[in-house]
Design a protein. Structure first.
Length: 202
C-alpha cells in the first residue's frame, strides 16, 4: 500500500496459515479479538487479511509451480526451522541463487537446517544433495511467540507450591542452565535438563 516493495506476486504457501486466516476472517468484526487499530480498519472495510498480489497456495502442485516462476516474487512458507514443510523445497531451488533472499522470522535451533543457513554455512544438505548457499540471509527476532526467562518464572511462580520437579527440554544449553538455576534459587523447585535418551522415574 505504501509502495515500499515492488508490485510482485506474494504467495502464502502454508495450508495451516491459510486455514488460521480463515478463522480470523470469521471473527474480524468482533472487537474482543483485535486491537483498536485492526478493528477500526475492519470498520472502514479495509481488507486486513488480503492485499493486491496475494495468492493463497493450498495444493502441492500449486506450490511446485511457484518454483518455476522466473520473475521476482515473495514466498511466505512455514519454516519449522527448515526441517520440514514446503519451505525446504523452496530453499532447495532458491538458496543457490544470489539474487534471492531468505528472511527468517523465528528462532532456529542449533543443528537445524535453518540455523546452518543463518550461521553462514556455504553449503547445506537438502534432499541428500549438497546445495550452495548464495542467497542473502536476514533475520527478524520480533515475531517469536516464545516466553523469555522472566515470563517463564512469572508463569511458574503461582505453581511453585505444588510442583515437585521441572524438566527443561527445549532450548540451547547455555540458555537453559541459567534458567534452571534461577528456578532453583527463586522458586525452590528441583530442575532437570535431560540429555538425549535419559530416563527418569516419575
Amino acid at each position: 500500500e505504501n509502495g515500499r516493495i515492488p508490485k510482485v506476486p506474494i504467495f502464502l504457501d502454508s495450508p495451516l496459515a491459510i486455514n488460521l486466516t480463515k478463522i480470523y476472517k470469521n471473527y474480524f468484526t468482533d472487537k474482543r479479538y483485535f486491537n483498536k487499530e485492526a478493528f477500526e480498519a475492519t470498520k472502514k472495510d479495509e481488507a486486513i487479511f488480503d492485499f493486491p498480489g496475494l495468492k493463497m497456495i493450498l495444493s502441492h502442485s500449486q506450490s511446485e509451480e511457484i518454483d518455476k516462476i522466473k520473475e521476482s516474487k515473495v514466498i511466505i512458507a512455514g519454516a519449522g526451522m527448515s526441517q520440514g514443510g514446503r519451505i525446504v523445497r523452496h530453499e532447495y531451488h532458491f538458496l543457490p541463487d544470489s539474487n534471492s533472499a531468505i528472511l527468517f522470522v523465528g528462532y532456529q535451533i542449533k543443528g537445524s537446517l535453518g540455523r546452518k543457513i543463518l550461521d553462514g554455512e556455504k553449503t547445506v544438505k537438502i534432499f541428500g544433495e549438497e546445495i550452495p548457499v548464495r542467497a542473502r540471509k536476514e533475520f527478524i527476532s520480533g515475531y517469536s511467540a516464545h516466553a523469555d526467562q522472566n515470563m517463564l518464572l512469572n508463569w511458574l511462580r503461582p505453581m511453585r507450591i505444588t510442583l515437585k520437579k521441572i524438566f527443561l527440554v527445549q532450548g540451547e544449553e547455555e540458555q537453559m542452565l541459567p534458567l534452571a538455576q534461577k528456578i532453583r534459587d527463586e522458586l525452590a523447585i528441583e530442575v532437570a535438563i535431560p540429555s538425549l535418551n535419559e530416563e527418569f522415574m516419575l
